[in-house]
Design a protein around this ligand. Structure first.
Ligand code: SDX
Length: 426
């Protein structure tokens, strides 16, 4: 496409800025040269700012499209397993059977953690939130690999990525076991990724644990639905941390920290607590009114999204999973009735229509996780486990860039201009 320019007329200056065209989505105005004309851009929350080039995931918020390496999320969630999705997020293409088996074997062999990791948990209180433990212990992983790690070597970057994809489930399950006072369960190389995680979570030395194929399938699908999502808050955190050349394990710990917030990955835990607080279909109107009341900080958790403005395609798949899992496990959950009715009412309400608020990925995931037997305080840990592949894929992509720069935003300064300091004794 011919070189397109945007012209900024300001203070008598005419500033020409290149317009860049993506493979899909909105054109971008390249403002990198704006500084030399004496101006910065200002965009708190990055509502209209592209922070990087990426080829991993594409989101069309207006049309509810989510592609991972060009493949629609609905197809991946039903036709691929999580490790296939991990391979394609990291390497760019879907694996051949041989590549898949080699990747699966590599991940499997990295699932154990150094025995010293077990000692970290003894420093936590029993009631420590599992996200606090995951954040701390993931960061601690950097102490085991820092010295022999050259992040500018692609193969060493990939080995770090494989270790993280393999070990985060083990650490997540250890956080859960510690919180309930049960012994840690070691990974097993004869089990698949989701089965291994369920076994580390729910088996006990005292008896055999039978893994439900339906639960394992649902778990694997949840991992896939949360695997990556472009430049969301936690992925942007990982990129910014990694841009300084920081250890990848420390960068992923930063991503865990950012995901924890209720506006982001903490929404699934907050959503289930909200559904439990609403309690019954009769109470829904009261909470809808609270969500619309500007003076009330209450928000409908699991509703709304920065990018999706009509539908979150992951919520659609998650809703189907909800029904499948509850049916296959022969369970019903009154909270599902509340969730379905809340969705119906909210989607008919003028406020939610005007604000383009509808269920996001976190709205139904909590109900599926609860049906699988995952405790509420582990929901965001599952999200972090699932998103680790997205985080490491973006970190790997960034660190492979020819002119990778440290991220260093500017600001709109509103403090004092220079003034003289008078020491106290004067
Ligand atoms: C995830 O970025 C990603 O991709 C994230 C994620 C991923 O995979 O990484 O998709 C995962 O984080 C999903 C979102 C989970 N969060 C929640 O469900 C928490 C509830 N949702 C909101 O906090 C909110 O909708 C956000 C944070 C998701 C989006 O916030 P924005 O884009 O900054 O929008 P906003 O806060 O400016 O809201 C716009 C308007 C406001 O009203 P006005 O000031 O314009 O009058 O909509 C209102 C808000 O008050 N609003 C809500 C609401 N969300 C927004 N009102 C009631 N309930 C809500 N949930």
């Amino acid at each position: 496409m011919a070189d397109r320019k945007a012209t900024l007329q300001i203070d008598g200056q005419s500033i020409e800025l290149p317009v860049l065209s993506p493979a899909a989505g909105k054109d971008v105005v390249d403002v990198r040269t704006l500084g030399k004309h004496g101006y910065f851009t200002f965009d708190p929350g990055f509502l209209a700012t592209g922070s990087c080039e990426s080829a991993i995931t594409y989101i069309d918020g207006e049309n509810g499209v989510l592609l991972h390496r060009g493949y629609p999320i609905g197809e991946l969630a039903t036709k691929a397993d999580y490790l296939e999705v991990c391979y394609m997020l990291l390497h760019g293409e879907a694996p051949t059977e041989e590549q898949y088996q080699e990747f699966k074997s590599t991940i499997t062999k990295h699932t154990m953690v150094h025995q010293g990791i077990h000692n970290f948990f003894n420093g936590f209180r029993r009631d420590a939130h599992p996200m606090a433990m995951l954040c701390a212990v993931t960061g601690a992983l950097s102490s085991f690999y820092h010295d022999d790690l050259d992040i500018h070597d692609e193969n060493q970057r990939l080995r770090s990525a494989y270790r993280l994809i393999a070990k985060i489930p083990t650490i997540a399950a250890m956080a859960y076991k510690f919180s309930i006072g049960q012994p840690f369960v070691y990974p097993r190389n004869d089990l698949g990724y989701a089965e291994n995680f369920l076994n580390m979570m729910f088996s006990v030395p005292a008896e055999d644990y039978e893994i439900s194929p339906a639960v394992a399938r649902a778990m694997d699908r949840i991992f896939t639905l949360h695997a990556d999502h472009e430049q969301n808050a936690s992925t942007s955190t990982v990129r910014l941390a990694g841009s300084s050349g920081a250890n990848p394990y420390a960068c992923i710990a930063a991503g865990v920290a950012s995901l924890w917030g209720p506006a982001h990955g903490g929404a699934n835990e907050a959503c289930l607590r909200m559904l439990a607080e609403i309690g019954s279909v009769e109470n829904i109107p009261k909470y809808i009114e609270k969500a619309k009341d500007k003076n009330d900080p209450f928000r409908l958790m699991g509703f709304g999204h920065r990018v999706y403005k009509n539908t979150d395609p992951r919520a659609t798949v998650m809703r189907e999973s909800c029904h499948e899992v509850l049916k296959e496990l022969n369970r019903d959950d009154p909270l599902l009735d509340v969730a379905m009715e809340l969705e119906r009412i909210a989607l008919e309400d003028d406020y939610f229509i005007e604000k383009k608020l509808f269920p996001n990925v976190d709205f139904y995931s909590g109900i599926v996780l609860k049906a699988i037997g995952i405790p509420t305080n582990m929901f965001t840990v599952i999200f972090a486990l699932s998103r680790t592949v997205g985080w490491v894929s973006h970190w790997h992509e960034m660190m492979g860039e020819a002119n990778q720069k440290i991220g260093r935003p500017r600001q709109l300064y509103t403090g004092y201009t220079q003034r003289e300091f008078s020491p106290i004794k004067k």
